[in-house]
Design a protein around this ligand. Structure first.
Ligand SMILES: C[S@@+](CC[C@H](N)C(=O)[O-])C[C@H]1O[C@@H](n2cnc3c(N)ncnc32)[C@H](O)[C@@H]1O
Length: 525
């Protein structure tokens, strides 16, 4: 009988990116073991007949990674004993998240490198997993930087073993000799003796990167400041431009903190797992570097191991004035990691609500001069739209004007305010000067559609160009108290960018009517 504990259902959490190769097809250990005999010894069958992998055995997880990279990505790969062994499905999630960032319209697309995507991997490791996956899955180019000899040596080997993508990846050695920084791109040796184990394979479920017990314990930095070799600044060269950087940082401050996860054996040396100040200090340094290198990268990203650090780092990013921060969650079996991304590129502007959203608008005309009645106002509304070319139908008994205006007519209404007799031209000299500089530089029109900053006017222009459908709206006039009229406008079509244009037109109408009929300012309802 299943225990109570087993019965308890966990809330469903997304575990894998939809573009991930393994999202619909988790690795089939049994099939892989039959295809790759070297994996066979590591696959066993549980009582229910399901094939399993011993996650607590480093050799088993490494062989599985090797086989998955070979079988699913056509990559030859190996790492020496004890080096951090990546899990392929989980590492692929980070790559696909970056892919999403690059294709999103949060910030404009980067055209610096043409169609070539350039990534920078901070701490690529002996496994060189991100450049290998990014290049083979998406054709991206990479600089993979690392500080240890073993990482650089094996990253190079892993690149050289894969001729089809080797041109896309450069490994860069980071050194820091007593403060004097020197950085050299390694010229991957021509003949590399890759272990090409063409058999064996397996699956990956969870990953808690950790280190087998070790006496190494770097001194705890009480100030939590990163004091190690350079990360970006000093490594990225003058004039280099990248679409993104990525990083799976050393998460921990001490090996004790890294601890041992009894459920997995993914290896990891102290150099890979630990740094003074832990990930918080490491990523803080990347953030500081990013301020200086804001022109060199379109997106900066990093993996974060602890939620509490994610909060700290997010507020740090706000302090340094980034324009955008994005986070995501990577669920790795029982373990959660977070993705943190930021940029200094100004975001694409969106039309500001409520201007865009309202389909029904109203305003009051107060302080109406005695000689004017509701009918006069109605006639003025009609002529306001007719002068822009719109067709209008005035119903004097119900005090309604129905208006139909095409895209061009909407443009004309917004632009050709000069045609309106007694229009707002005379109301606001400040607006007049804005108008002449932004809207009609050539024909000396003397006022604008609203008091907007230039970028916002550019958006109006864009909206108008996108306005393909005919706008239908009606305006109704109600007498409130003597000397006060309520003008109500409702838009019949609710789709697309029409509401934004509609509200701009109604704003303009209000101004025109106010100038013509009122002694005092009108107020919005
Ligand atoms: C957690 S491992 C990540 C390895 C690999 N990217 C992965 O995801 O499996 C962190 C890596 O950062 C490297 N590293 C530490 N300090 C560095 C620095 N200042 N510059 C470049 N790499 C560094 C370590 O040597 C190690 O390979």
């Amino acid at each position: 009988m299943p225990s109570k504990k087993n019965k308890r259902k966990r809330p469903e959490r997304p575990t894998i990116h939809p573009k991930n190769k393994y999202s619909d097809n988790p690795p089939d250990f049994s099939l892989l073991a039959s295809l790759y005999p070297s994996l066979k010894p590591f696959v066993f069958y549980s009582r229910d007949g399901r094939p399993r992998i011993d996650w607590t055995d480093f050799n088993s997880t490494r062989e599985l990674t090797r086989v998955l990279l070979l079988h699913d990505h056509g990559l030859n790969w190996w790492i020496p004993d004890g080096q951090l062994c990546p899990t392929v499905p989980n590492r692929s999630n980070y790559i696909h998240w970056i892919e999403d960032l690059l294709s999103s319209d949060i910030i404009p697309k980067n055209n610096n490198n043409g169609d070539i995507v350039r990534g920078f991997d901070v701490g690529t490791g002996a496994n060189c997993i991100y450049p290998l996956l990014g290049a083979s899955l998406l054709g991206w180019t990479f600089v993979g930087a690392d500080v240890t000899d073993v990482a650089v040596e094996w990253a190079e080997k892993n690149v050289k073993c894969n001729q089809h993508i080797s041109e896309l990846i450069k490994i860069r050695k980071v050194t820091d000799c007593q403060g004097a920084i020197s950085i050299e791109d390694s010229n991957c040796g021509k003949s590399v003796n890759c272990e090409n184990k063409m058999d064996g394979n397996a699956t990956v479920v969870e990953e808690a990167e950790r280190l087998p017990s070790s006496s190494f314990d770097p001194p705890l930095d009480m100030n939590k400041k990163y004091s190690g070799p350079p990360l970006l600044l000093g490594v990225v060269r003058d004039g280099e431009k990248f679409d993104f950087c990525m990083c799976n940082p050393p998460f921990f401050e001490t090996m004790e903190e890294a601890g041992l996860n009894p459920k997995t054996a993914c290896g990891g040396t102290p150099e890979e797992m630990v740094c003074p100040g832990g990930e918080k200090a490491f990523i803080t340094r990347i953030i500081e570097d990013s301020v200086v290198l804001k022109e060199s990268f379109w997106w900066f990203t990093s993996m974060v191991g602890r939620k509490v650090n994610l909060k700290f780092l997010t507020s740090k990013l706000r302090e340094v004035g980034v324009t955008i921060v994005k986070t995501t969650e990577f669920v790795q079996g029982q373990t959660c990691r977070w993705g943190l991304a930021w940029s200094f590129v100004p975001p694409v502007r969106k039309i500001i609500s409520p201007l865009v959203q309202k389909n029904s608008l109203s305003f009051t005309l107060e302080g109406l001069q005695r000689q004017f009645s509701a009918f006069h106002v109605l006639q003025s509304i009609e002529s306001f739209f007719c002068l822009g070319g719109a067709s209008c139908k005035l119903n004097a008994s119900s005090f309604v004007v129905d208006i139909t205006a095409s895209n061009d007519e909407c443009k004309a209404i917004l632009r050709d305010e000069a045609k309106h007799p007694n229009g707002a031209a005379t109301c606001n000299p400040l607006e007049a000067s804005h108008s002449s500089s932004y809207l009609h530089p050539s024909n000396n029109l003397s006022f604008c559609i609203s008091v907007c900053s230039p970028p916002y006017l550019a958006l109006i222009e864009q909206t108008l160009i996108n306005l393909y459908m005919t706008a239908l709206c009606s305006c109704q006039v109600f007498q409130q108290i003597p000397g006060t009229l309520l003008v109500k406008a409702s838009l019949q079509h609710r789709d697309g960018p029409v509401p934004g244009v509609f509200s701009l037109i109604i704003q303009q109408l209000e101004k025109t009517l106010r100038c013509k009929f009122c002694r005092e300012k009108a107020t919005h309802n």
